[in-house]
Design a protein around this ligand. Structure first.
Ligand SMILES: NC(=O)c1ccc[n+]([C@@H]2O[C@H](COP(=O)([O-])OP(=O)(O)OC[C@H]3O[C@@H](n4cnc5c(N)ncnc54)[C@H](O)[C@@H]3O)[C@@H](O)[C@H]2O)c1
Length: 432
């Protein structure tokens, strides 16, 4: 099939490449000229394990193309996936859909034969209705079908998640388009993915409901971790004990920093705003948002307690600054709040991240990037393990840190507090 992905970011690039690997002809379009040029030259704009090889393979096979010409790419394709960003509005009130509606306006002049137009971006319920309205102002409804097909991939596991999804959700009542899409996804269905055909509005809501639920799970265990710290109970025991119950499940049940990234923070806000619009109070989700916003402040307070309020001139090292491991995505990472706040209090920050130096901190005084773990931790008073990369899981701190009174604050509970005690290392985890 001939596919066009509009927006070549985490979702558009990964799903476009994977679709091409399944034998489709795919054009990935982006308005960012540099990104497209880089991709044509084999430079991958994001860090995602396994993506480079897959891009190279399919680009060389000529099943995968990159372009900045949206109109031409749309006119050559049968199925158009909209994969542009849907960030939170500047005033914080729900999703900013300007990128989506701009695309809807741009593509309508390239429709001269039947096209399936799909929102893969996460969009509030009724956005499909709006897109249909915009396109039908210029084009007969017989020439297109607007469908919701939300994407559930996780950064860091994106290729696996796309190739082996738990479910493929298709929101349409149009039988002809549904048949075409079932055929497109048949290689994934034959590997065990459940195919869910539902209404367009339901598909839009399924995505937000899923993300809000996962965010709730994380927040729930994070709050329990706060209690565990007061009663000498280890939150890891609670996660295991709860997670073994199949009705609950162990995933997304590990205590740590505030959830971040490009999805949970914005999607929880967006679904709460949608509910407000329809005069319905999603109070659970609203309290999750509040609790998560408070989480970074709580962890900062813990840092202050650990350092007995003596932050000034303390050398603090962050291991990992992205919102989770195996991605370079800094969007809504809790380090964005913690690092500037510690600097204000007089700390000197050194950080290392396996995905390299971050622009977010380049202009900050007293923040230094180290090229490797050893030089990052060498002179530290406090080492904060912020992200759960495998690289951080077996560090010989005693040999590497010069200051023998160094302290570790492990926000991911990677290390065992018992082992650290045996090694006579001052160690703090989360929820223990
Ligand atoms: N990142 C994830 O893990 C993830 C997972 C599931 C769903 N989603 C959803 O998918 C959507 C995209 O997310 P992302 O993380 O891939 O975003 P992104 O910011 O990485 O990529 C979006 C891309 O769209 C391009 N773009 C914007 N307007 C354009 C236009 N008019 N023409 C061509 N290109 C245009 C931008 O230049 C950018 O490269 C969002 O709605 C997000 O919520 C993201």
């Amino acid at each position: 099939m001939k596919l066009c992905m509009i927006g070549t970011g985490y979702v558009g690039l990964v799903s476009g490449v994977c679709f091409s690997d399944l034998g489709n002809d795919v054009i990935c379009v982006d308005r960012d000229k540099r990104k497209v040029e880089d991709l044509k030259n084999g430079i991958i704009p994001i860090y995602e394990p396994g993506l480079d090889e897959l891009v190279l393979k399919n680009y060389n096979n000529k099943r995968l193309k990159f372009s900045t010409d949206l109109k031409d790419s749309v006119s050559r394709s049968d199925i158009i996936f909209i994969c542009v960003g849907t960030p939170t509005k500047k005033n914080g009130d729900g999703a900013d859909l300007s990128q989506i509606f701009n695309v809807a306006k741009e593509i309508r002049s390239s429709i001269s034969k039947f096209k399936i137009i799909i929102t893969k971006s996460t969009v509030p319920v009724t956005t499909g209705d709006e897109i249909e309205k915009i396109i039908s102002q210029k084009i007969s409804k017989k020439l297109f079908s607007v469908i919701s097909n939300p994407e559930f991939l996780r950064e860091g596991e994106a290729i696996r998640d796309f190739t082996y999804p738990d479910r493929v959700v298709i929101g349409t009542m149009d039988k002809k388009s549904n048949k075409i899409l079932k055929n497109l996804y048949s290689p994934l269905i034959s590997k065990g993915a459940k195919y869910v055909n539902t209404s367009r509005r339901a598909a839009e809501l399924i995505k937000y409901a899923s993300n809000a639920f996962l965010a709730t799970k994380i927040t729930f265990i994070n709050e329990l971790a706060n209690l565990c710290e007061k009663i000498d109970v280890n939150i890891e025991d609670i996660s295991i004990g709860m997670g073994l119950d199949k009705r609950i499940g162990g995933r997304f049940l590990r205590a740590g920093p505030a959830y971040g990234g490009s999805c949970f923070p914005k999607d929880t806000k967006a679904i709460a705003a949608t509910a407000d619009k329809y005069h319905t109070n999603l109070s659970v989700i609203k309290s999750v948002i509040k609790s998560n916003e408070n989480r970074s402040l709580l962890l900062l307070k813990r840092v202050e307690d650990i350092l007995k309020n003596k932050i000034k001139n303390k050398k603090i090292c962050f291991l990992g600054v992205t919102f989770k491991a195996n991605t370079d995505d800094m969007r809504d990472s809790s380090s964005l709040l913690m690092i500037p706040s510690l600097i204000k209090k007089g700390a000197k920050i050194n950080y290392f991240d396996p995905t390299g130096e971050k622009n977010n901190f380049k202009k900050l005084k007293n923040v230094k990037y180290s090229e490797n773990i050893n030089s990052a931790i060498k002179e530290s008073d406090l080492i904060i393990i912020h992200t759960e990369w495998n690289d951080f899981k077996s560090i010989n701190f005693k040999n590497k840190v010069q200051n023998k009174k160094f302290i570790i604050f492990d926000m991911r509970n990677i290390y065992s507090s018992k082992k650290m005690k045996k090694l006579k290392i001052k160690y703090f985890g989360v929820g223990c």
